[in-house]
Design a binder for this molecule. Structure first.
Ligand code: COA
Length: 347
């Protein structure tokens, strides 16, 4: 393994960014109680468990019940509370809270402000970040960079989406894919400069926006689109285009992040990826020769929960002891925008 960390030689003047390490000190997640299986879906639309499982690997997903008070606010708050408990920190020790979500409950105030208030994170700045399924990984890169400037010490990041609010329940092309979930992590400055991000990328190509978008009015639709069956406020997706984008982007992203860090793909102990479709994950993993046990997969149980999927995987992988202190863990995601992003950590 090549040594991509930046241990200081005695007497060397280190750049400001290398003087602070960043540690993931706590993780947590939260799921709604309601389970929607493939058979539940096939009871009211023309689909089947066999079709969904073969094309996507998904067997069930979680759905919020607003009557039980479930939504972005409650899931995000619970996930962050659990991450803080895991870290042994009081909410007042957070100096910033970022919520990655495209399904936030209000635009003003941001949902993160409400979560901060409900948690008692009285010393935290708060904002929502929108990068669709890439949102949590974008946010962890931003959190790490802010901590490395020395201006922040403890940052909470939540990834949460309630996709059941924006999928068209009558559209079999995309309703089968999505579910609701939240995950969270607390990032903290440490004197151990070997810990933290050693390579990262945040990319976007807005020319592909119409492949996955959420229109609210005619003006939000691509030119020349057939408007007859459009339900505004519901996700529109060109499944095959997104599939092609993801299956080509995923391996390139992993390879280029490894090159940037000066490591080989084999050096990474665990890949934590956005869960979009099992075929996308498998094809990319096989192309790079990554063994099955090194790519965490839980799509069968939760579907694609957008910004919630990466931190939910992180929480499960940590609970299962799939990575250890000192390991290299790579986070990758891609989604609407189009966006794609990576974050390679020495944990
Ligand atoms: N059940 C049964 N049949 C379905 C169906 C469903 N839920 N959804 C679509 N079909 C049908 C189509 O109507 C089509 O029928 P036709 O051949 O008679 O026209 C057939 O199945 C094949 O459709 P197609 O869209 O070509 O299937 P696919 O193999 O591309 O799989 C996706 C569809 C959506 C599963 C796949 O394209 C995909 O996963 N794309 C990426 C989506 C994604 O990851 N989005 C989020 C990114 S963050």
């Amino acid at each position: 393994m090549s040594n991509a960390t930046t241990a200081a030689d005695p007497g060397t003047i280190m750049p400001a960014t290398a003087r602070v390490g960043v540690e993931i000190v706590g993780v947590g997640s939260a799921l709604p109680e309601g389970v929607l299986t493939n058979n539940d879906l096939s009871a009211y639309m023309d689909t089947s468990d066999e079709w969904i499982t073969q094309r996507t690997g998904i067997r069930q997903r979680r759905y919020c019940d607003p009557d039980k008070g479930e939504g972005v606010l409650s899931l995000g708050r619970t996930a962050m509370r659990r991450a803080l408990e895991d870290a042994g920190l009081d909410p007042s020790e957070l100096d910033l809270l970022i919520l990655a979500s495209v399904t936030g409950e209000t635009r003003c105030p941001s949902t993160s402000c409400k979560i901060a208030a409900e948690l008692g994170a009285v010393n935290a700045g708060a904002f929502d970040l929108m990068a669709a399924c890439s949102g949590f990984v974008y946010s962890m890169n931003i959190a790490s960079a802010l901590i490395r400037t020395g201006e922040h010490r403890t940052i909470g990041v939540i990834g949460c989406d309630v996709m059941s609010n924006i999928v068209d329940i009558a559209d079999r092309n995309n309703v089968v894919l999505f579910g609701d979930a939240a995950g969270a992590a607390v990032f903290r400055a440490t004197d151990d400069t070997s810990k933290g991000i050693i390579a990262s990328q945040m990319c976007a190509d807005g020319r592909g926006w119409a492949d996955l978008h959420l229109p609210y009015a005619e003006r939000d639709m691509p030119e020349g689109a057939d408007l007859c069956d459009i339900r505004y406020g519901r996700l529109q997706m060109r499944g095959r285009e997104v599939f092609k984008f993801a299956v080509s982007t995923f391996p390139r992203l992993i390879e280029s992040t490894c090159v940037q860090a000066g490591i080989g793909v084999d050096d990474v102990a665990l890949f934590i990826s956005h869960q979009s479709n099992l075929r996308i994950l498998d094809a990319s993993r096989e192309r790079l020769g990554i063994p099955e046990e090194k790519l965490y997969v839980n799509i069968q149980d939760y579907g694609n929960s957008s910004a919630g999927s990466v931190p939910l995987c992180l929480d499960e992988a940590r609970a299962k002891g799939l990575y250890h202190a000192g390991d290299l863990v790579m986070f990758v995601a891609f989604g609407g925008g189009l966006t794609w992003t990576s974050s390679l950590w020495r944990v």
